[in-house]
Structure formats: structure tokens, C-alpha cells
Design a protein around this ligand. Structure first.
Ligand SMILES: [Zn+2]
Length: 430
């Protein structure tokens, strides 16, 4: 091999390492974003892993052991700045889960292609700075952004039209103050199709990204989209069937139970997830529950996300993707999901309770630092009609709801953005 060949092999290898380190940091960062979109604080381990990978990528790109300056400062500044800006763009939709500043909201609205806005700066930097490792890193980043955009673009074509029913339309018209076109443009509601006086919704499916309905429902105060509602119904019955199959004692929880009791077996109009609780009892351990769900959902095409430290499992409607795409960005603005919270038997203040780790409604704290309900309110579980089928529920559903929400008969828009909630309240809509 000539010396020229040897050096070009070294350059290619160095470039591939730079691209690989960036891709690893990116994937780790996307995985980290599953915490904010599940309303959880990020795990320290995931934060450190992402930080370490990003630092390694920047260091690899900037180090130059053969030249007089050990560190190429221009490359250091460009690679650091690029990663910070691009990761900020990637994170914007997850940050906008809660009200955020104008820039974050803007980036979240254009999340599909905002990363590609860095294409110009990347080309200029790659052209001006003769560092092949930096060029490879920038190329890898832009290739990822381009593939993300194209996959979103193609998925959009698979969306199908759903008519909007009268209550959904009137809520939409009220929140839009009558000007649907301006409202759609202002908030980037691309699913809303207006033509010749007809209003319809370009709905999500199993192989499209979900409607970004955390934003539409919780922030804009709209009703849950018809497609999302349909999928929530399907997945709630699917998960209940899995749990029954495993012999797991389970019951409808939180807002889903509230819908079943107060709305005569329907979902709340602004429902954004399905809540089901499971009792770990007898030989049902967390590991058995988790592996049972993972196995069934993999077979039937649902995605399972496990948060063992919080004793939570989230099951998403979208089809599971091959590694490394399972942590994709497409769920960052909401996903159709069943949240499973785990309860264990405990004694608190001399009373038999069922206890969970994570906070729910106004459920009182237990002596052990969890949250609990008296056992006899839940067990033995009863059944209630929910979205057209019988569903397992607490033995005393109304008492259960009173513990969570107090006077639950009164409709409160606590999940919605205060401004959107106020407009909705003024109209007196159910
Ligand atoms: Zn949808």
C-alpha cells in the first residue's frame, strides 16, 4: 500500500468515527427526550451518557495530535455550536409540551424541517474549514435531518380523512374565534383541511406520526382528534385484554375512569392518554408484567416504553420500529398511549392500602412515601362500560374519583392551557 493510500484510509476512518460519534450522541439525546414527553424528570444516567457522547464527538473533531496546536479552536467552536443549536431544535417539541417561550414554540411548530435550516451554515463551515472530521460530522447531522424530513413527508401521504363531528367543530370554531383559516396558520395545524365550507381532519394511523395532539388539546383547548380518539379506544381494549390474559388485577384510572363514570362510558373530550392501573400481587412481579407486555405488544405491533424506577409502563399505538428508530422524534408532540401505573399492597396509618410510586390527582401520601387508596375502594374490582365495552374498574368508582379529584361531577379544564380553558368555559360547552 502506498503512503497516499494509507493516509486516505486514515482520513476516511477518522471521518467515520466523527459521523458515528455524532449519530450516537443524537440517538442518545432523542432517547432522553422520552422523559419530558412523559412528564418525567430526565434520568441522570441518560443525561450523562448523552453529554459524554457529545463531548467525545466534539473532542474527536477538534483534536489534532500531529499539528503544533493540539486543539483546533475553530473546529471546536463550530462543532460545539452546531450540536447545541441542532439539539435545541430537536428538543423544541418536547420542551413545548408545557408552555414555552416564542422561539421554542416556533421551532416546535416547524419541527419537521427546522433542522434543515442549518444546511447552509453547515455547507459554509465545511467549505471554509479544511477539517475532514468536522466535515464528516456535519454531513452525518444533515443526513439525519434530511431523512427525518423525508420520512415525515412520506408519512403525511398515508393520512386519511376523518369528518369532524358537531361538538368537535364547535369547540374548534370557538377557540379559533370564527376564523379557522387564520387559526390553522397561526398554530400550524396541518391536519385541519378546509375546503368549500367543509371541515375535515387528515387523520393519523398506525404508520403515520400521531397528530401532535398534546399541543392541540392541552394548549389550544381543542377536542381530541377523531382519529386519535378511535386509536385510544382500540389500544385501551387491547391493553385490557393483555392484562386479563396475564391474569393481572387492573382497573381504569384517572381521567379515563372519570370519562367512564361522568360521561357515560365515553372518553373525556380532551383526553390525551388512557390510564390503567395494575396491582402487583401473588406471582405477578414488575419483571413478569413488563416482559408479558413487551412480548405481546411486539407480536401485535405496539411500542412499549418502560420506566422501571417510576413503576410506569407506556404503550403506544404506533408500530414499533427497528433499532435505533424506536426512540424517534415522532412522538415528541404527543402520542396515542396507555399509561400503566403499578400498585402494591401496603399498610399505611394502620389501614390496608394499594400504593403507587408516582403522584396522581390528590391521592394522599402513604407512610412509605408513595401514594395510596384504601384497599376496599378498589378490591374486588368491578366492571364499567367504557367506549363500548365492559372494562375493569375500582369496586367503588365514585369514591375512587372523589379521592383523586374531589367533586368530580363538576367539569374542570385543569389540563388545558388557562387561556384556552377560559374561552372554553365561557361558552358553557359540556
Ligand atoms: Zn390523530
Amino acid at each position: 500500500m502506498t503512503s497516499f493510500d494509507a493516509s486516505s484510509v486514515t482520513v476516511t476512518f477518522a471521518g467515520l468515527v466523527a459521523a458515528g460519534l455524532y449519530a450516537a450522541a443524537y440517538l442518545s439525546f432523542v432517547r432522553l427526550m422520552r422523559f419530558p414527553r412523559n412528564w418525567l424528570p430526565p434520568s441522570l444516567r441518560d443525561v450523562l451518557t448523552t453529554g459524554l457522547l457529545a463531548v467525545l464527538a466534539v473532542a474527536w473533531v477538534s483534536l489534532s495530535p500531529n499539528s503544533s496546536d493540539l486543539i483546533r479552536l475553530t473546529s471546536l467552536a463550530i462543532s460545539t455550536g452546531f450540536i447545541v443549536v441542532l439539539f435545541f431544535i430537536v428538543a423544541a417539541p418536547a420542551m413545548a409540551f408545557r408552555p414555552a417561550n416564542g422561539l421554542v414554540e416556533f421551532l416546535a411548530r416547524h419541527a419537521e424541517y427546522a433542522g434543515l435550516w442549518l444546511l447552509g451554515p453547515a455547507l459554509i463551515a465545511g467549505w471554509l474549514v479544511p477539517n475532514s472530521k468536522l466535515q464528516a460530522m456535519l454531513a452525518a447531522a444533515m443526513a439525519i435531518e434530511l431523512s427525518w424530513f423525508l420520512r415525515q413527508h412520506w408519512a403525511r401521504r398515508r393520512r386519511q380523512f376523518h369528518p369532524l363531528n358537531l361538538p368537535d367543530r364547535s369547540v374548534l370554531e370557538i377557540q379559533a374565534k370564527g376564523d379557522l383559516k387564520a387559526f390553522r396558520g397561526r398554530h400550524g395545524i396541518r391536519e385541519l383541511v378546509l375546503s368549500e365550507g367543509a371541515i375535515s381532519w387528515r387523520g393519523c394511523g398506525k404508520n403515520t406520526p400521531p397528530c401532535p395532539f398534546n399541543f392541540y388539546v392541552n394548549r389550544l383547548g381543542l377536542n381530541t382528534a377523531p382519529c386519535c380518539r378511535e386509536h385510544m379506544r382500540d389500544i385501551s381494549h387491547y391493553v385490557a385484554a393483555c392484562l386479563s390474559d396475564m391474569g393481572a388485577v387492573h382497573w381504569l384510572e384517572g381521567g379515563s375512569l372519570l370519562g367512564a363514570v361522568r360521561e357515560n362510558g365515553a372518553l373525556l373530550d380532551w383526553e390525551d392518554d388512557i390510564d390503567i392501573s395494575v396491582l402487583l400481587d401473588g406471582d405477578l412481579t414488575w419483571d413478569r408484567l413488563a416482559s408479558g407486555l413487551v412480548e405481546r405488544c411486539a407480536r401485535d405491533g405496539y411500542y412499549v416504553d418502560l420506566f422501571e424506577q417510576k413503576s410506569l409502563a407506556a404503550i403506544s399505538f404506533d408500530a414499533p420500529k427497528a433499532w435505533p428508530f424506536q426512540w424517534e422524534r415522532n412522538r415528541l408532540r404527543g402520542e396515542i398511549r396507555v399509561d400503566i401505573a403499578v400498585y402494591r399492597r401496603a399498610t399505611s396509618h394502620g389501614e390496608a392500602v394499594l400504593e403507587r410510586q408516582s403522584y396522581k390527582g390528590a391521592m394522599p401520601a402513604t407512610e412509605q412515601g408513595g401514594y395510596g387508596v384504601p384497599q376496599e375502594i378498589v378490591l374486588p374490582t368491578s366492571t364499567i362500560s367504557f367506549e363500548g365495552e365492559k372494562f375493569s374498574c375500582p369496586n367503588k368508582p365514585s369514591e375512587y374519583l372523589r379521592i383523586l379529584y374531589g367533586d368530580f361531577e363538576e367539569v374542570e379544564y385543569t389540563y388545558l392551557d388557562p387561556a384556552a380553558a377560559e374561552i372554553r368555559q365561557q361558552t358553557g360547552l359540556p
